[in-house]
Design a protein around this ligand. Sequence first.
Ligand code: NAD
Length: 502
Amino acid sequence: MTQTARENVEEIADARTETFESIDPRTGEVVGEHPIHDAETVGNRVAAAREAQAAWDELGFSGRKQHLDSWRKLLVKRLDELAGVICAETGKPLEDAKLELVLVIDHLAWATSNAEKVLKRRKVSPGVLMSNQTATVEYLPYGVVGVIGPWNYPAFTPMGSIAYALAAGNAVVFKPSELTPGVGEWLVKSFAEAVPEHPVFQLVTGYGSTGAALCKAGVNKVAFTGSTATGKRVMASCAENLIPVLVECGGKDALIVDADADLAAAADAAVWGAMSNAGQTCIGVERVYVHEAVADRYLKMVSDRAAKLRPGGEPGADFGPITMASQVDIIRGHIDDAINRGGRAVIGGRDSVRPPFVEPVVIADAPEDSTAITEETFGPTLVVQRVKDVDEAITLANATNYGLGGTVFSRARGMELARRLRSGMVAVNSVIAFAGVPALPFGGVGDSGFGRIHGADGLREFARPQSVTRTKFTIPLNPMSFARPKGTVSTVVKLIKVLRGR
Ligand code: NAD
């Protein structure tokens, strides 16, 4: 079936497909209606992507770059329009949505500009034993990559996979979150507008079942971003067919404040890291461990800043609503647990939860086993814990199964403390900065997942290394032949003893 014929059939099928609504969480208003794609449609989209991928691969790096550059320019031109869709589906303030897109565009530019350098065939040393060989490695595209995304940064997060996978020569089938299908649709349509001749970026929409179908639709790799619980399900499903997975999950990031830190900067960073996007940031600051020598002063600085913030749906609001309604109960539960068990509500408290908004909450000295410390809260809440020294801070920061990002404020020991954090990324004397550096790999350890988006590692994540040796000249003593002369292996053993035995 030709591409156009397939699209026509799917459009007719879409007309019969059940749909779901996309809701503006600020108002409850319906802002879109999207199909719930079943396994058959998902399979068709994967097949269409696969058909288009071969020509995309053949374009080579410079051919793909031209097309991806056109798409990037279109994204720049229509940034405000896409920012509007992000606002409508997540409720976040317009400026935050624009900032998200600034990062998207910069990452897309980096991926396309660096794909060739990182992935093209390169020579490696063949070593002494194989010196008659030329040895090379090249990173080839997997084929079709299934990308399953979350709603909290509905463009930035999935584009960390999409941009890098496309630049590496793959086709992508994208399943956006059921809370932000319009953002996914906008991205796919804009690509089709900029690159009409290569339908290598396809969309499927729906709930978890559509994502589950994508894992089983014959894709060559799945890049999942979302909660740890779903990540495990995705991995189990992909295991059945040995489909490789990239799993980017939740976090419980800590910020450490040393006694010599710039306290004002550390307070500013903690409040932004914890409360921007209403705390719905995988690499958001959820816990602070502050040296007791400066703890009182620091807590006051944090409180003063947090007290000024107001959530709302209007353009000037500091942050928006809780996008996913069911998260409100989790946030409330964490606040209750911390306060019921001895934590002090310094700013806000139980009454701060006014769905769909949650006002800033700062809690001090909560028990280390309270859920506000042990589980991802994903709300505009912050727990500030005093510690006797930074060694205790590191121990407590690392006492979680998560290991996504982290922050350290220290004048003298920043790099040393960063290295001791069990996390995939650390910002020293700023917060979240690593996400804005396209050359830096992004990802976590433990319950935060594995694999990397962004940077050279992010490009390689979407490519399979292929090693090739080519014989330059034949050697008289070839041990890998049944015709090898007697004594060949003992000569090789003698050689290795001389070379590697010392
Ligand atoms: P989620 O796990 O509920 O859903 C993520 C996606 O998975 C959605 O598209 C959903 O439809 C799909 N899905 C659900 N069940 C599935 C199944 N069985 N098989 C396949 N797909 C399925 O997560 P969410 O609420 O959308 O996102 C919030 C979470 O994402 C938070 O935990 C946050 O920390 C995390 N997150 C992580 C990163 C990161 O880079 N590490 C970035 C952003 C968000």
